[in-house]
Design a protein around this ligand. Structure first.
Ligand code: ZN
Length: 217
């Protein structure tokens, strides 16, 4: 599988990552999977309430649930196809906890990807070659693999993804407060993978129920 990201989606992710060079930031990728060509398209990015440390970030359950509902209602034909987060100044990889998180996203959507961006160099130079980001997946053996990613240039989709994406430029915090919640900053390790798994699996259930309802309608 390859990935294709449209410019506004990438721009929104970079903008978000540049907003905080001390804490990680995270959000969700919206797009679709093209079965014929085995390409995952990323059309848009949204975010919401999250808890962050310099080395870990967690999107709140309510945020993901609200985003999933919002996408179902407002973006017909598009889905949450993964998540993004920043590693300010500590390069591009999936940490042990990122791997667990990614497995949950792949359980929710089998083609889901994790986009990781390190905005630090780019923040200093604003040179495109200093913009470091990669897209990852977990393969069947449980190993992290990089997904080749290109920038979408197809004219119609470029325009369509831009038109949809600008609608959420100011509504980036779907279903929550507009500013990242800072008083909830917590220590690494105080939020276990188990609890994360629990909350994501309950979202997964809600999400499936909604999709089930929609397909019956
Ligand atoms: Zn990470």
């Amino acid at each position: 599988m390859r990935a294709r990201i449209y410019p506004l989606a990438l721009g929104k992710i970079i903008k978000h990552a540049l907003e905080d060079l001390e804490m990680e930031v995270a959000g969700l990728l919206i797009g679709k999977y093209l079965k014929k060509s085995d390409i995952l398209e990323i059309w848009d990015a949204i975010t919401g309430d999250q808890k962050a440390t310099p080395g870990f970030v967690y999107l709140e359950e309510d945020t993901i649930a609200a985003a999933a509902e919002w996408v179902l209602r407002n973006r017909p034909g598009l889905y949450i196809v993964g998540w993004y987060h920043s590693h300010p100044g500590f390069s591009i990889f999936l940490s042990a906890i990122d791997i667990e998180t990614q497995k949950l996203y792949q359980r929710m959507f089998p083609k889901a990807v994790a986009l990781v961006v390190d905005p630090m160099r780019y923040a200093e130079t604003r040179r495109l070659q200093d913009l470091k980001f990669s897209v990852f997946r977990i393969d069947k053996k449980g190993k992290v693999v990089r997904v080749a990613v290109t920038i979408g240039i197809q004219r119609r989709k470029l325009l369509e993804s831009t038109l949809r994406g600008v609608e959420t430029m100011d509504l980036r915090y779907i279903g929550g407060r507009r500013a990242p919640r800072r008083e909830g900053v917590f220590e690494p390790g105080s939020y276990g993978v188990d609890r994360l798994a629990d909350s994501l699996s309950s979202i997964l259930k809600k999400f499936r129920d909604r999709v089930g309802q929609q397909s019956r309608e």
